[in-house]
Write a new protein. Structure first.
Length: 134
């Protein structure tokens, strides 16, 4: 996608919040470290793995202003189109509704960013051209 600025960069930066978004997951797993045992006798170690996980959507503001480096984080049980839309609603509320800023959002090519559900939501919720996604 080619981005053409219709306004000067200074005006563009005044009107937009520039965000980089990504998802991450953290998994808790039991780990066995060093172990002492008698020579010739190998101990049996049981490890009941819990596989507790936490998932997050994170947006980092990179607009060159006082808010640069600030983050918006949402914890979620799943990373899918529905939760991604929920996070975009959070960003919309924070930037567009509360601060009258449009959002230039840079994100990776993960499948949820290209889903039909997300594309439809962006189409329906971009009447004021508050979203520009890269």
């Amino acid at each position: 996608m080619k981005l053409t600025l219709k306004k000067s960069p200074t005006v563009f930066l005044k009107d937009y919040a520039i965000l980089l978004e990504d998802e991450c997951g953290i998994q808790e797993e039991n780990v066995v470290g060093s172990l002492w045992y008698k020579k010739g006798i190998r101990p049996v170690i049981s490890n009941n793995r819990s596989y507790k996980t936490k998932s997050y959507f994170i947006a980092l503001e990179v607009t060159p202003n006082k808010d640069m480096g600030k983050t918006t984080v949402m914890e979620t049980k799943k990373k899918n189109s529905k939760t991604c839309i929920k996070f975009l609603k959070k960003l919309k509320n924070k930037y567009f509704i509360k601060n009258n800023k449009k959002v230039l959002l840079g994100w990776d090519n993960v499948s949820i960013h290209k889903s039909l559900e997300l594309k439809q939501w962006l189409k329906e919720n971009n009447k004021n051209e508050e979203w520009l996604t890269l």
